[in-house]
Design a protein around this ligand. Sequence first.
Ligand SMILES: C[S@@+](CC[C@H](N)C(=O)[O-])C[C@H]1O[C@@H](n2cnc3c(N)ncnc32)[C@H](O)[C@@H]1O
Ligand SMILES: Nc1nc2[nH]cc(C(=O)O)c2c(=O)[nH]1
Ligand code: SF4
Ligand SMILES: [Mg+2]
Length: 217
Amino acid sequence: MDSIKPLKTASIHQVPKDGSSLPLMEAFYTIQGEGANTGCAAYFIRLGGCDVGCHWCDVKESWDAELHPLTQVEEIVRTAEQFPGKAVVVTGGEPLLYNLNPLTSLLQEQGIQTFIETSGAYPLSGYWDWVCLSPKKFKAPDASVYPFADELKVIIFNKSDFAWAEEHAAKVGLKTRLYLQPEWSKAEQLMPQIVDYVKNNPKWRVSLQTHKYMDIP
Ligand SMILES: C[S@@+](CC[C@H](N)C(=O)[O-])C[C@H]1O[C@@H](n2cnc3c(N)ncnc32)[C@H](O)[C@@H]1O
Ligand SMILES: Nc1nc2[nH]cc(C(=O)O)c2c(=O)[nH]1
Ligand code: SF4
Ligand SMILES: [Mg+2]
């Protein structure tokens, strides 16, 4: 009897540089829960691999790329096409570890809008309809990413993060929409401070992880 072939996996460094296949952790059709596109139906493509190391990361299972099978981008796009919502959110892990040009050009050829969730720790690749930059203290964004940010989404974990958020707001363009999002485990405790901050600094908006309140992926 044939034995079951293990799926091929690779470390971050062994993923093909041409972007023809990517370590796919999971993909699911849901509602964008966060930021400017909150409430929109979207297909999420979660790539494995991240070396940023946020201690409060809500998807630590994504960090080790080797746990997630290398998947041809054609196959990823073929599945994305099946859903009525014509927007894809590429997230991770840190998606900018990889060459995202083939994935995003194929998606756009199919009339699918491309959104990315990134820490900006690496230069941008890919063709994007919406870039959400969420900077991290643990590995600063590459300076080249700020001009591409349609949205800056700063996670608030403690009081000092408001001043830190302003440092990043000073680096994005005038058209970039600014969001403060409470770290999930601290959301209840931080909410009064976030509400006060936005009332006093109205260039910012509040972003909540609404999918967690809706109990959807
Ligand atoms: C899991 S990350 C993956 C994409 C990319 N690595 C990044 O950090 O932007 C997706 C989004 O979730 C946010 N996030 C992760 N853990 C969170 C938490 N515990 N509370 C609130 N937001 C969180 C990140 O800041 C990011 O905006
Ligand atoms: N519904 C939903 N919205 C999201 N927005 C960003 C997410 C992410 O993990 O990148 C996410 C997620 O995991 N689920
Ligand atoms: S950069 Fe994103 S995926 Fe990586 S640890 Fe931080 S929140 Fe998690
Ligand atoms: Mg998430």
